[in-house]
Design a protein around this ligand. Structure first.
Ligand SMILES: *[C@@H]1O[C@H](CO)[C@@H](O)[C@H](O)[C@H]1NC(C)=O
Ligand SMILES: *[C@@H]1O[C@H](CO)[C@@H](O)[C@H](O)[C@H]1NC(C)=O
Ligand SMILES: *[C@@H]1O[C@H](CO)[C@@H](O)[C@H](O)[C@H]1NC(C)=O
Length: 455
């Protein structure tokens, strides 16, 4: 599932870079003069190049600056004083594969827009402080991607919802008030234990693999390659509410689970980023599950809305106004320097590469002027995410063989790795595989995070 979506994403990105023509192969000569960005994980390289080790010239349309981008790892061995940024893709970042030794001219950039569940290693300051630039889903990262699932403001407001008369008619014909469509079940947010209890107190049509209780009227609706099809959107729009629970809980980690129901005009019942309201079109457009004491009291409220059209329709009032109440959202969307499908402006991977390129130019001009660089490392709030918690009740209520326990150990083991990584780098190790020795040393000293942590 993870590998598949990453593959699709890379495919989409590389097609975009062909179209945007921002890059071209570069003959050798002035390579030295331009700052170089070395992409460490192969999957995210945003350029089409003939050989994977080729140097590609990057021209940044907003600033006019240029850099070189490559995947040629032999650059690391070069004795050079020019700044070299190593670009790390968070999901594929592995502590036992880091570029060592890290020389004084090596900068590290982090690109991590995906779910924190993909790599809990990066939720720890010992790992994060190794980076000089960040682009994550957090609003306070250097190049924030919080709105990566918001194509535009119009995306939220422009599509007309199915009328309440029609929705009520469909209810009488047997449609549940709520739809759930999810096939990724064993996730750290532990969403299905909560949803199971919700389903016991209000009817939910569940079409995906998780808590499935219904088949699509037309099997083609379940085709996972067509999750954005108009046919599926029309189908989902018939429901009054969508269950919109993220796979992991972290401030500002917000996906299409939040934006798609808003797009089709169905009310999201949301559990995910505790700060998600900051990104809603107005204060009353999303139902936050965490505002309720239990799935039962949430169900009670949803049953009330199902029977009270005026109260329900208030949630859709953002569809009727010409301007959006949430000016923070409006401003963020209109001022961001990247888009999801833009032809003129760059996609976010290329745009972040340009951000890094511009920052490197600024640093180099300081160096040229003889100004000493103030060390710049990224603070914890650029990525910190809490350990996985039970979605309902206490950890002692979770059955012993439940997958949530594995996620909790995964979280703490990753934090042990982060500390070992920092120690390995501080001590100047040259072989990243020596990480295992550092981890073992911690465990033998009884310093493993698991042993010192109460959930
Ligand atoms: C990779 O970089 C090294 C060192 O700069 C260079 O000698 C080599 O030709 C490069 N490889 C390619 C395919 O460009
Ligand atoms: C309804 O919700 C309550 C509170 O979460 C839960 O204890 C109960 O099991 C639910 N009912 C059913 C039938 O699942
Ligand atoms: C980059 O980050 C490293 C690790 O935190 C730090 O030692 C170094 O000073 C930083 N470089 C710059 C130029 O800020």
């Amino acid at each position: 599932m993870k590998a598949f979506s990453l593959f699709m994403f890379v495919l989409a990105i590389s097609q975009k870079s062909v179209r945007s023509c921002l890059t071209k192969a570069q003959p050798s000569k002035d390579v030295k003069k331009l700052p170089v960005i070395l992409w460490w994980q192969p999957n995210m390289f945003p350029h089409v190049s003939k050989s994977e080790k080729e140097m590609v010239e990057v021209s940044c349309p907003n600033s006019g600056v240029k850099c070189m981008a490559t995947q040629n790892r032999t650059l690391l061995q070069q004795e050079a004083n020019d700044l070299l940024t190593i670009m790390h893709y968070g999901t594929d970042f592995r502590a036992y594969e880091v570029p060592l030794p890290r020389k004084a001219n090596h900068l590290w950039a982090l690109l991590h827009e995906e779910s924190p569940q993909n790599n809990f290693l990066l939720c720890n300051k010992d790992a994060l402080q190794l980076f000089n630039f960040s682009s994550t889903f957090k609003r306070n990262s250097d190049f924030p991607l919080t709105t990566q699932h918001f194509p535009s403001l119009e995306y939220l407001t422009s599509r007309k919802p199915v009328s309440i008369e029609e929705k009520n008619k469909l209810r009488k014909q047997g449609l549940a008030p709520i739809v759930y469509l999810q096939s990724h079940c064993d996730v750290p947010s532990d969403r299905d234990r909560y949803i199971y209890h919700l389903m016991g107190n209000i009817s939910v049509d569940s079409y995906g693999a998780c808590l499935n209780n219904k088949d699509f009227p037309n099997p083609s609706l379940g085709d996972t390659s067509k999750m954005q099809s108009e046919e599926l959107l029309d189908f989902l729009a018939q429901y009054k509410f969508h269950i919109a629970f993220e796979n992991a809980i972290c401030n500002d980690y917000i996906t299409e689970k939040f934006t798609r129901p808003l797009h089709v005009g169905s009310v999201p019942i949301y559990k995910g980023s505790p700060t998600a309201r900051d990104w809603a079109p107005d204060h009353g457009s999303v139902i936050m599950a965490d505002d309720f004491e239990s799935p039962e009291s949430l169900a009670e409220y949803l049953n009330y809305l199902d029977q009270n059209d005026d109260a329900y329709l208030k949630y859709l009032s953002y569809k009727n106004i010409k301007y959006i109440e949430n000016q923070h959202l409006a401003k963020t969307l209109s001022s961001r320097k990247w888009s999801l499908d833009g032809e003129d402006s760059d996609n976010f991977v290329g745009a972040y590469e340009c951000y890094v390129c511009e920052e490197m130019h600024k640093m180099e001009s300081k160096i040229k002027q003889g100004v000493k660089l103030t060390p710049r490392t990224i603070p914890l709030e650029h990525m910190d995410c809490p350990p996985p918690q039970p979605s309902i009740g206490d950890i002692s209520d979770v059955p012993p063989n439940h997958h949530l326990h594995n996620w909790v150990s995964d979280y703490w083991q990753n934090l042990d790795q982060a500390v070992a990584l920092r120690e390995m780098m501080t001590e100047g190790a040259t072989d990243p595989e020596s990480l295992w020795t550092y981890i073992e040393r911690r465990y033998q000293a009884g310093l493993g995070a698991m042993e010192h942590t109460e959930l």
